[in-house]
Design a protein around this ligand. Structure first.
Ligand code: PBG
Length: 314
């Protein structure tokens, strides 16, 4: 069956959140699809969707609770046909999708590293004892406290722009952001220094854009297969299986990164107590074809290696 390409009257509707980073990712997806099928921009419609997570700005999201705060409305719009594909930061995506939806297309991965952001220095060692740093990420908080128990870690929510403004207002002397976000936003004027992954292991799927679709939508499936990056897919298969095996729903600080070389995939994984007092890390390799099993096995291993009480911190 021939593929019916989208037209200005029957465009491919691309759903996205409205933050500058989300929009940049939606535009990148549109550009890659337009290029792959020699289409004009008018063959696509970008639909901005406001999610519960976007609406709640005044309190920490972990207090609001619930899964998929940033994805529920978008997935409902996919299922209803209001949009055809949805572009996501994979780092923010639950490990399982609702029935009827598939999330198996990935763009080539950006820089996976975290960045140290501060006008006062270029790494953790530059910070004075007891310095105040801002982050809303449980993982970064635990990793920071593990490396520097003296630090005062304060909640730093909001998009990239909001966090940088808080730095300028001296709410904290340093913060941490994904290099991928800064690069996609073209923010080259930010005082950012990349942190080696050996020093701060990134979040599972950091730097990866994923595109979700209806399982039965053959037009979307065919179009997305043209822009899928296989290596990113294999790496995320391992990382997300790792997260799933650790029960990604629990709010334990988890880090994981898979890398591929010579047909072998190597996965580093790490779990921490939320106060940073304990850290368990392990690394394992397998043939690329076994990416998913590798992730599952490493996740299960770390889960079983965690002492009683490791996950109970509330
Ligand atoms: N949780 C927010 C979020 N989700 C994805 C990114 C950055 C881009 C990426 O990792 O793909 C960010 C911001 C950050 O951590 O700096």
């Amino acid at each position: 069956m021939a593929l019916t390409l989208p037209t200005p009257t029957e465009p491919l509707k691309i759903g996205t959140r409205g933050s500058p980073l989300a929009l940049a990712q939606a535009w990148e997806t549109r550009a890659r699809l337009a290029e792959a099928f020699a289409l004009e921009e008018v063959a696509f419609e970008i639909v901005v969707i406001k999610t519960t997570g976007d609406r709640i700005q005044d309190r920490p999201l972990k207090e609001v609770g619930g899964k998929g705060l940033f994805t529920k409305e978008i997935e409902e719009d996919l299922l209803s046909g209001a949009i055809d594909i949805a572009v996501h930061s994979m780092k923010d995506m639950p490990v399982a999708q609702p029935k009827g939806l598939l999330l198996d297309t990935y763009l080539p991965r950006e820089d996976v590293r975290d960045a140290f952001i501060s006008p006062h220095g270029s790494s953790l060692v530059d910070l004075e004892a007891g310095a105040t740093v801002g982050t809303s990420s449980l993982r970064r908080r635990a990793q920071l406290l593990n490396a520097r128990p003296d630090l005062n870690v304060v909640e730093f929510r909001g998009n990239v722009q909001t966090r940088l403004r808080k730095l300028e207002e001296n709410v904290a002397v340093a913060t941490f952001l994904a290099m991928a976000g800064l690069k996609r936003l073209g923010m080259t004027d930010v005082p950012a220094t990349p942190i080696a992954t050996e020093e701060m292991l990134p979040a599972v799927a950091q730097g990866a854009i994923g595109i979700e679709r209806r399982a039965k939508d053959t037009r979307a499936a065919e179009m997305l297969s043209a822009i899928h990056d296989q290596a990113t897919g294999q790496r995320l298969l391992a990382e997300r299986a790792f997260l799933a095996a650790l029960d990604g729903s629990c709010e334990t600080p988890i880090a994981g990164l898979a890398e591929i070389g010579g047909g072998i995939i190597t996965l580093r994984g790490e779990i921490l107590r939320v106060d940073g007092a304990d850290r368990l890390a392990e690394v394992s390799s397998a043939p690329v074809e076994d990416a998913k099993a590798l992730g599952k096995t490493l996740g299960k291993y770390l889960k079983s290696a965690a002492p009683n009480g490791f996950f109970d911190w509330k």
